[in-house]
Design a protein around this ligand. Sequence first.
Ligand code: GRF
Length: 190
Amino acid sequence: MRVALLGSGRGSNAEAILRAKQNNQLGRADIVGIFCDNPHAPMIKLGPRFGVPAFYLDPGPFKTKFSPEQEHVWANTLLSHKVDLVVLAGFMRVIKAPLLDAFKNKIINIHPSLLPAFPGLDGIGQTWRAGVNEGGCTVHWVTADVDGGHHLGQTKVSRENSDTLETFMDKIHAAEHILLPKVIAELSVL
Ligand code: GRF
């Protein structure tokens, strides 16, 4: 299964996936490229570190969506890499028809909340401010309904009285780093 990792920033989830691959814990998945919409994303530096091609691709002039022309360029680039699964690993842009049509039921996303609760931006902050006693992370199929696709996996993280937003955030990120490689490995052997 040829996997593309798409991201916009830090890349800690991408790093967890690349480490899982190094440790033979990614099933039959191969990471064929890292694709970032931000030329300064630290995630791009994972390429040389893990021996995977890493690219910046222009998303167009908008902040949270592609321009239609550039979304076609992204779709064609991923098609030319013969990608079987697109993994949104901290990709801060809504995915629309050009990519959804080119990769029907082949795009997954990780979101830092227990969906359907707290979709959208800042899932951890939303969970924290709501004062609920647990949060977590969800891996789901990407559809036109933002953060609304069928769930592939979910991990709960409890909020203790001793937690601060930072410690709660760290626990959720740690859970993400286990869940996302696990789901990719499972999909690769279906
Ligand atoms: C993660 O919390 C993920 O759930 C969300 O964006 C964040 C990306 O972090 N979609 P990183 O770039 O993987 O470190």
